[in-house]
Design a protein around this ligand. Structure first.
Ligand SMILES: *Cc1c(COP(=O)(O)O)cnc(C)c1O
Length: 425
């Protein structure tokens, strides 16, 4: 069975982090020693997570109560929760399903005199077209925050030069994971200083706490290996339990009560050290392999099956979402063929404020109801990707539609099947 997602971290990196936990050290110097494109850069703030960094940002911005924050309609619910905790109103901007990014039309409609900022999420490993959003934001003097949590692309992308803030996540299921950690690039030095000051007042993540986390994910890494995972699934099914819930629940970032107390902590020294190592030493060959699998899937499926966000470029296919009229059937078919596809449970379609029902994100809600994530990672061989596409074509009898029922434009698949991912200019 090909598990839905592999932890993107090697045993060497895990072992390195474990030894760091027993190594008393000054956390900032361990970060600054990194010395590459990310570590030690003046405009970069390492945090416990993107959610922690976003909380620092909203705290430092200190917008008046009831200010409006436009957000990509598809995101993780905690981002909205954090905005609300700061007294802000999150207003969803519906997605254009081809780019998986906020539609400019929907954003234009959403802007009011109370709007202060827009949070654009680059989803699924691709980068959405942010330029029209930057233009519109500039006209209305909105701050632009780029959520690159799913869009890490090694040294090739450190955020759009015109975005005010760019946020990268190294949480457990993300590319180049450090089993935690977020990195924010903040262009305004004064804003960054206020964020640093706020962070300095937070307690530091305990290193034993981080060590426990490392050990838990080491165990999950074993259980999700190709050798073990089939057995886990069969055992769980024999016990009459839903392993989908088990898997999704076990990788949740900050579960349980005290959410805000949990995110409002500084990263520990071992986390920062691993983060620096991952950022500066990430093997981009892994991204190329994942990209080429994604391109195989796109070329085989793109014509007949609705694939979300295929127009994004560059795209490294952190996940490969398709839309199916009957997601359960497709998932069952894939499971029988040895592929652990999932509907996922981590993202939500953001609800509009009660007095703005016209901002209800129809595309995002529709997509979310039909979404199926196909497994994709560097370890997946190309022949497995081809087989998976075959199964999807066989099971997904009815094509799903993009953008409010209009059939997908009969355009050529986004990119050629082979070759390296587009290089940033
Ligand atoms: C994972 C994710 C986050 C949160 O990142 P953490 O570092 O886990 O807080 C935020 N936004 C999106 C779109 C994500 O996928």
């Amino acid at each position: 069975m090909w598990v839905r997602k592999r932890l993107d971290i090697s045993w060497r990196d895990l072992l390195f982090a474990v030894t760091q936990c027993g190594w008393p050290g000054n956390s900032l110097s361990s970060w600054q020693k990194g010395g590459g494109a990310w570590c030690g850069a003046d405009d970069v703030l390492p945090c416990l997570s993107v959610r922690s960094g976003f909380d620092l940002l909203l705290g430092a911005l200190d917008f008046p109560p009831k200010s409006e924050l436009l957000v990509s309609a598809l995101t993780i619910p905690d981002m909205v929760r954090i905005a609300e905790d700061h007294g802000l109103v999150a207003v969803p901007v519906d997605l254009d399903l081809d780019t998986a990014g906020p539609s400019v039309e929907s954003m234009r409609r959403a802007i009011t005199p109370a709007t202060r900022a827009v949070v654009v999420a680059h989803l699924f490993g691709g980068r959405t077209r942010i330029e029209p959003i930057l233009d519109l934001a500039r006209q209305h003097r909105l701050l632009v925050v780029e959520d690159c949590a799913q869009a890490f692309h090694g040294a090739r992308y450190r955020g759009h030069p015109q975005a005010d803030v760019s946020m990268f996540s190294f949480g457990s299921i993300k590319t180049a994971t450090a089993l935690g950690g977020g990195v924010l690039r903040v262009r305004d030095a004064e804003l960054l200083r206020r964020m640093r000051d706020r962070q300095a007042a937070w307690p530091v993540q305990g290193r034993w706490n981080y060590l426990r986390r490392l050990l838990k994910y080491a165990l999950l890494k074993v259980l999700s290996s190709r050798a073990c995972f089939g057995l886990v699934v069969r055992t769980w099914a024999a016990l009459g339990r839903d392993y989908d819930r088990l898997v999704n629940g076990s990788v949740r970032g900050f579960p349980g009560p005290d959410f805000f107390a949990r995110i409002r902590r500084q990263p520990s020294a071992p986390l920062l050290t691993l983060l620096a190592r991952r950022l500066e030493g990430y093997d981009e060959g892994r991204l190329s392999r994942r990209t080429s699998n994604g391109e195989v899937l796109a070329s085989l499926l793109g014509e007949t099956v609705a694939c979300l966000g295929l127009a994004m470029n560059p795209h490294n296919y952190w996940v490969f979402p398709i839309l199916a009229e009957e997601p359960e059937r497709v998932i069952a078919g894939l499971r029988r063929a040895g592929f652990d596809a999932t509907q996922g449970q981590s993202m939500c379609a953001v609800a509009p404020p009660p007095d703005r029902p016209e901002q209800a994100p129809r595309n995002a809600a529709n997509a979310l109801a039909k979404i199926v994530y196909l497994p994709n990672y560097p370890e997946l061989p190309e022949r497995a990707a081809r087989k998976m596409a075959e199964v999807v074509l066989r099971t997904a009898e009815k094509p799903a539609f993009l953008n409010n029922g209009s059939p997908r434009a009969p355009q050529a698949p986004a990119r050629p099947v082979s070759g390296s991912p587009a290089v940033e200019g």
